[in-house]
Design a protein around this ligand. Structure first.
Ligand code: IVH
Length: 513
């Protein structure tokens, strides 16, 4: 009996791991979310009934550890280096010239990869089990953040055992992968960061300025439960020590790590000579607006490891790699006005209304100003010409005013002392940067809570959006969240773009919720 259960549990774990591999490494899910969740629930249930069978590498054991009071130092057996930067074609050609001179040959193959904007970490697998995860720190001494890295869903807790056929690779070498130190970047997708920041601003918390801050902040959380709520991702691109596996080039390294179940970026480009790498440098600059993640450039690496060995390192950077970066995208435009929005929890957020400006192909008309302290600190005034920047950040930032272009007509912004929507007094609670409207019946708060409730992240009711909430409120059909469950067909028909059919669909969706 017990043996049966043990086998069932192990089978479920293997199945979940296979789905994780298909999802995070191959990027082609084999099952629906519902089917996956069902497997996961069954495993959790069995483990609840038989806690003695729980092992730390079970897919259910990502968030287990209790909050810690600090992070022990993690010494990297092989230092984690940083990269030298190039900002132009010519600097890339200089790099290539040095490489060819030192190698004493002209045909060099490079691999170009996106330079992910996050935090670099090292994962150590001993006999296939994740035993330590750490930040880069100063390159030699990082922080042991194993408990937090375990919560990152794309990081495998154990490596895949290689018994399936892997034609491109020498299987015999894998089976005994005793030690694998995989290095790569923890990052977040732009859309996830946007959603997370919206949520934070609504709750009066300062938003993360860029993916790097978010990744660093999340991995240095003392409570892994908090890290687990952040939609972090991981791609490997480098290695430390390897024992029981041999790899001879960057391309083989990436393939090998992926075969072991460690996600790597599918976007990688083999370049024969620097000119091909330069073409990719330009091509990638145009591509990156459409990528799901932030990348502030590309990394160009000598493919062949024997050549890397010859090239060596100078002052913490390898001679075999270089980061090709793009200059920050900045522009100057007029700050027409600062308006104040009231969120679901009553937090007042100042928003900059800008004279439209195009940066990196995107039209910018608004920028968040976060809070009043930020406006004072940067001395931003209404009517100012301001420097707007998008450089690795998702939300456009206002760098500051162009003081020389002031003509005296600019006005200082004063945060309202009453709610701009309902007129109630606003308060700034001790320890918070935000002011809040405390009136629970404030129409802005009601609207935002209803929107939050019906939209994605809440009940996710199909067809229920901001516009519909606004109309229903304006016509007095609803005045609080629970009213949406009492809506009738007649309340809906006749609203904008709402015929009998859409009304029925919506009612069904509400019913379902
Ligand atoms: S290779 C020194 N590849 O850039 C060789 N680094 O300044 C190891 N980074 O600390 C790094 N994407 O955080 C490499 N595809 C990539 C990368 C990458 C981002 C970061 C990494 C590193 C920094 C170097």
């Amino acid at each position: 009996m017990r043996q049966d259960i043990k086998e069932t549990i192990e089978r479920l774990r293997e199945e979940i791991r296979r789905h994780n591999y298909a999802y995070y490494v191959l990027d082609s899910p084999r099952v629906s979310d519902a089917e996956y969740d069902e497997l996961f629930r069954r495993l959790e249930q069995l483990e609840r009934e038989h806690p003695e069978l729980i092992t730390p590498d079970s897919p259910t054991q990502r968030v287990g550890a209790a909050p810690s009071d600090g992070f022990p130092t993690a010494v990297h057996a092989i230092p984690m280096l940083s990269l030298a930067n190039a900002f132009s074609e010519n600097e890339l050609r200089d790099f290539d010239r040095r490489v060819r001179k030192l190698l004493d040959r002209d045909d060099v193959t490079y691999v170009a990869e996106p330079k992910l904007d996050g935090l670099s970490v090292e994962l150590i697998y001993e006999n296939g089990i994740l035993v330590r995860g750490s930040t880069r720190g100063d390159g030699v001494n990082g922080e042991d953040v194993t408990a937090n890295l375990r919560t990152v869903r794309s990081i495998p807790l154990r490596l895949r055992s290689i018994n399936s056929s892997t034609p491109a690779l020498d299987e015999a070498r894998f089976v005994e992968a005793r030690l694998v130190e995989a290095r790569g970047e923890v990052f977040i997708n732009k859309g996830d960061l946007r959603r997370l920041n919206e949520e934070r601003e609504k709750n009066g918390l300062p938003p993360f300025a860029n993916p790097r801050n978010l990744a660093a902040g999340s991995l240095r959380q003392l409570d892994p439960h908090v890290t687990a709520t952040r939609p972090l991702r991981f791609y490997a691109y480098d290695y430390g020590r390897l024992e029981g596996i041999e790899v001879s080039s960057q391309i083989k390294l990436l393939d090998t790590l992926a075969t072991l179940g460690i996600p790597t970026n599918p976007l990688r480009h083999i370049c024969h000579g620097i000119e091909q790498a330069i073409s990719f440098y330009h091509e990638f600059q145009r591509m990156r607006a459409d990528l799901p993640y932030e990348a502030d450039g590309i990394v160009i690496k000598v493919n062949d490891f024997a050549s890397r060995e010859k090239l060596g390192t100078v002052s913490r950077s390898p001679r075999w790699a270089i980061a090709g970066k793009y200059p920050a995208q900045q522009g100057v435009t007029k700050l027409k006005d600062i308006v104040v929005q009231v969120g679901r929890t009553g937090v007042l957020t100042p928003v900059a209304i800008l004279e439209p400006l195009r940066l990196r192909g995107v039209e910018i008309t608004h920028a968040t100003l976060h809070n009043e302290d930020e406006i004072v600190r940067k001395d931003i005034r209404i009517g100012d010409m301001v420097i707007v920047q998008r450089a690795g950040e998702v939300i456009p930032q206002i760098v500051g005013p162009v003081i020389e272009r002031r003509d005296g007509s600019e006005k200082e912004f004063v945060m309202p002392t009453t709610c701009p929507v309902c007129g109630s007094d606003v308060v700034r609670l001790p320890g918070e940067v935000a002011r809040r409207c405390l009136n629970v019946s404030c129409p802005a708060r009601i609207k935002e809570s209803i929107v939050h409730f019906v939209c994605k992240g809440g009940f996710d009711i199909d067809g229920f959006g901001v516009k519909l909430v606004e109309q229903l409120l304006a016509r007095g059909k609803i005045s609080r969240v629970s009213d949406i469950f009492h809506l009738m067909r007649d309340n809906l028909i006749g609203l904008d773009r709402m015929g009998p059919k859409s009304a029925d669909n919506l009612l069904r969706a509400i019913e379902h919720a």
